[in-house]
Design a protein around this ligand. Structure first.
Ligand SMILES: [Zn+2]
Ligand SMILES: [Zn+2]
Length: 908
């Protein structure tokens, strides 16, 4: 028993994660801990964005799911019924590509991935209600995509639109704008394969999300549980602009519409600009070599190097309807094709970008707005030749309209120049057609006679035909599947061979969890209305726009067609977890070789260690770097807790200590036990508040601190076993959500009732004056250390701490309340202070010096009691006797040095 190092002994005695983790996972499963019955009333709905079925669980997943699992377990222990489901975002191109590479089919590949990921999720100890599993590539799920598509169509929310679409020649698919990324050299590239995209004109199915643009925008203000940056990204994406359109006649013979928010400046227009993609620019490029060259150049330009002032004069002119003047027409890259109409009149005097362009091309700058008389800026100080003046103001040099305010002018001009006042959005309708196999078939049939005809509800789902390897769309090649009878006329017809964007799948999956087996409806409306919205939604920031905007759109439509009742937003609180970086602080990636496999950590240290490390490393929104030392430290901490629990269990003589944080009566006469008890209660109060705030790292730090305190206390000969046991039983509950297996094991070891996963979360208020007492003790210990160091006392024998006298506390209190300029005079005006003579004057001077920094202190008796409770810590640290004295007990010399919150210290 004496052989071996301490570490080896600990390993022999410690828990074996390979044994305990699967065992507790089985038990939770058998006991149905995470099941939630259909008749549960408005459960707490905790949800992680479901994973794409790539086959591998990476560290980002582990972090994402640890956060929701810990929160779900916390809420369950607090007595909530908790809905915490999991499913699979399993349609999409990568499965098809993988199938092509591996000579299999997307379905088999996807199902294998699901099997493997499910095993990995289970080995992490995540508590999901697997009876509610949802798999989007299964016909019993995607039939409802088809059914919903038809309901949307009935509402006029589905349109067939010809559109210039982004086309990835490598993936051979249309990409949504959101799926086009900026690549090296500013080129537009495919988000999946990085191939530069092309543009093609095609007829597509669209969901008219723009019908909801206004509500999607306005409701963002109410989403207070969402991060501001996500709301701002959605606002920008929707891009609302209120303004006016007017038409300009060009010498080309075209009439071009412009849209502006500053119609008041129209008299100052000195040139006209169109985007390189504008149809007039495209046509001019065919006739004009300079224009052709410019358009060609900017279309292939590096966006980082683009010159905001680049442009080419077309040789054409536009007539300003306000002045009748002809102004030159430029093609300019700074005019964006998808903003407004892709054309604008430029007013260099009142727009910064127009100004820069005018300077570059020597175009006149003409001021037509000056500051209002009551503005802070003097009109004399405005020099538009130097710099654009952009605020609203009063019109000048605008003919008969001089003197109108900008607002008045806009209202007037829209009538006078035959314009239209309107709201424009940057948001475009959602093209959902994909020319690929692995997605939901769009339930439409094309008949030569009848045009597009819907597949009748009773014929849903339209199931995918067997996969064939082809370079194009396998559905096009599936002749037998494609040829059908027209449901209307019975004649020969063809199925639509496009499938739906997979973002359709993820736009309502959170509703399917409510009733995953429903086969008459996509989900049980009544239950969905009760259980929704999701209370806590956690996932990556990369979904800030697409998924989260589409899910909001779907939810609003579903409410409007009465499939849910009064649920207009799907997610009340949203958290975007930060990235887990590699050890070197760089993004984890296979190519950089700095990836950390969750499986390796689970094998070596166990799931609890991985979970605890991730939660201790940073709060959920922050990124952090993987650290092997951190992992070992988390592991060691769990072994320490387990070791302490083992010792407690072995020495347990059947006291049957309660596990609540309420102090036993014996504690009253035992200051050391009282100290420990207060720390336990404070830890509970802190951890609870931090869990509620999603600051799990702070909660874990509090748990760590109290465990080391319990360890020290336990090693004392006078330790009260009931207090230690109560402490360990409490702390293990605080660890339960994050390190559930070890916590369950310790709970069992200590004879806890039932499963920890179902035990009651401890409750405690922060003890009275806890923070003040804690600061007092910390400051005092720090002072003792300083004295020992400075004076160089080798081996202190006795440390005396003397509390300040009553009158100093009174003076301190008066000083904090006083608003007199002369604090010393004010204090000396009080008899009970003045009668202390010189000491009072000195102390008043000290108070004056620290006046701004005076903080809360305890009354003398309480200060003494707090020091007595903590004296054992000082005793152990310095191996010396510690005596705490009131001012009356201490000798005058010592007592004279004491101040409230700063006891005098004598070391012998
Ligand atoms: Zn691609
Ligand atoms: Zn027909």
């Amino acid at each position: 028993m004496t052989a071996g190092t301490g570490e080896q002994r600990e390993r022999e005695r410690g828990f074996d994660h390979t044994e305990i983790e699967p065992r507790w996972q089985r038990t939770w499963d058998e006991e149905g801990v995470f099941r939630i019955p259909d008749d549960a009333e408005d459960p707490e709905y905790v949800l992680a964005m479901f994973p794409y079925t790539s086959g591998d669980l990476h560290m980002g997943h582990v972090r994402n799911y640890t956060i929701t699992d810990a929160y779900a377990r916390f809420e369950r222990m607090r007595g909530e019924s908790v809905l915490h489901p999991m499913g699979w975002d399993s349609f999409g191109l990568p499965a098809e590509n993988a199938a092509n590479e591996r000579d299999t089919n997307p379905r088999d590949w996807t199902m294998d991935c699901i099997d493997s990921m499910k095993t990995q999720l289970k080995s992490m100890g995540f508590g999901y209600d697997w009876e509610r599993e949802v798999t989007t590539c299964e016909p019993d799920y995607y039939r409802w995509n088809q059914w919903l598509f038809k309901r949307f169509r009935e509402e006029g929310l589905v349109e067939r639109q010809g559109a210039e679409l982004n086309w990835c020649p490598s993936c051979e698919t249309v990409l949504a704008d959101e799926q086009v990324e900026e690549g090296p050299g500013g080129a537009e590239i495919c988000w999946r394969c990085d191939t530069p995209i092309e543009h093609r004109e095609m007829d597509q199915w669209f969901l008219t999300i723009t019908d909801y643009a206004e509500e999607l925008l306005a409701a963002l203000d109410e989403l207070e549980g969402w991060p501001n940056n996500v709301r701002e990204m959605q606002r920008n994406w929707i891009g609302r602009q209120e303004g006016d359109s007017v038409e300009f006649d060009l010498t080309t013979g075209d009439t071009v519409e412009i849209f502006t928010t500053r119609l008041d400046t129209i008299h100052g227009a000195t040139f006209f600009a169109i985007s390189p993609g504008h149809e007039v620019a495209q046509r001019l490029a065919e006739e004009n070599g300079d224009v052709a060259e410019y358009v060609e150049r900017v279309e292939h330009a590096d966006e980082d190097e683009v010159d905001e002032t680049s442009g080419v004069f077309t040789g054409e002119y536009a007539t300003n309807p306000a002045t009748g003047e002809e102004i030159p027409v430029y093609v300019a890259d700074y005019v964006l094709e998808d903003v407004g109409t892709g054309a604008l009149y430029a007013v260099p005097a009142h727009d910064e970008r127009d100004h820069a362009f005018a300077e570059e091309h020597d175009i006149p700058i003409k001021q037509v707005v000056e500051p209002k008389p009551d503005a802070e800026v003097d009109p004399e100080d405005v020099d538009v030749q130097e710099e654009a003046y952009t605020p609203d103001g009063v019109l000048v040099d605008s003919g008969e309209y001089d003197g109108l305010t900008s607002q008045e002018a806009r209202e007037k001009f829209v009538e006078v120049f035959d314009g239209e006042h309107r709201v424009e959005y940057r948001l475009r309708d959602w093209g959902i057609s994909r020319q690929r196999y692995w997605g939901t078939p769009i339930p439409m049939i094309h008949c030569e006679e009848c045009g597009f005809v819907e597949v009748p509800d009773e014929d849903l789902p339209v199931e995918l035909p067997e996969f064939v390897h082809t370079t194009g769309n396998p559905l096009d090649a599936a002749e037998e599947w494609k040829q059908v009878e027209c449901p209307d006329c019975g004649g020969p017809a063809e199925r639509e061979t496009d499938t739906m964007d997979t973002f359709v799948d993820s736009s309502w999956y959170f509703l399917r969890y409510v009733s995953p087996d429903a086969d008459e409806v996509p989900f049980d409306s009544e239950r969905a209305s009760d259980w929704m919205p999701v209370d806590r939604y956690v996932g990556g920031i990369e979904h800030a726009v697409m998924h989260l905007l589409y899910a909001r759109f779907f939810t609003k439509v579903l409410d409007d067609i009465d499939l849910v009742d009064g649920v207009r937003e799907p997610f009340t609180n949203l958290t975007n977890q930060g990235m887990v970086l590699g050890e070197n602080g760089n993004k984890m990636s296979k190519s950089k070789g700095n990836g950390v496999s969750p499986q390796r950590i689970i094998d070596e240290y166990g799931a609890d260690t991985a979970r605890l490390f991730i939660m201790e490393a940073a709060q959920p929104e922050k990124e952090f770097a993987w650290s092997p030392e951190g992992v070992r430290s988390s592991y060691q901490f769990l072994q320490n807790v387990y070791g302490l629990a083992e010792e407690v269990a072995e020495s347990d003589d059947g006291l049957g200590a309660g596990d609540a944080a309420d102090p036993a009566s014996a504690v009253d006469e035992d200051p050391v036990a009282a100290y420990v008890d207060r720390e336990i209660a404070a830890t509970v109060a802190t951890a609870t508040a931090e869990f509620e705030d999603f600051r799990f790292n702070h909660a874990q730090q509090a748990a760590r601190d109290v465990v080391s305190l319990l360890r020290r206390y336990h090693e004392r000969s006078d330790a009260d076993p009931a207090v230690v046991e109560r402490g360990v039983r409490t702390v293990v509950k605080l660890l339960g959500p994050v390190a559930p297996h070890v916590a369950e094991e310790v709970w069992d070891l200590l004879g806890g009732d039932g499963l920890l996963a179902e035990a009651e979360w401890p409750e405690a208020d922060l003890p009275e004056d806890y923070e003040v007492a804690r600061r007092l003790v910390e400051d005092t210990r720090e002072d003792v250390r300083d004295i020992v160091d400075t004076v160089g006392i080798e081996d202190p024998e006795r440390i005396t701490l003397a509390v300040a006298p009553e009158w100093k506390h009174r003076a301190h209190e008066l000083a904090r309340e006083s608003d007199a300029d002369n604090l010393i005079g004010d204090l000396m005006g009080h008899d009970e202070i003045r009668e202390q003579g010189d000491a009072a004057a000195d102390f008043a001077q000290d108070l004056q010096a620290e006046r701004e920094a005076l903080s809360d202190v305890l009354a003398p008796d309480e200060e003494r009691a707090a020091l007595e409770r903590a004296a054992w810590l000082v005793e152990e640290e310095f191996d010396a006797e510690v005596v705490v004295q009131s001012a009356g007990e201490a000798d005058d010399d010592l007592a004279g040095k004491a101040a409230p919150g700063r006891p005098a210290i004598n070391i012998e």
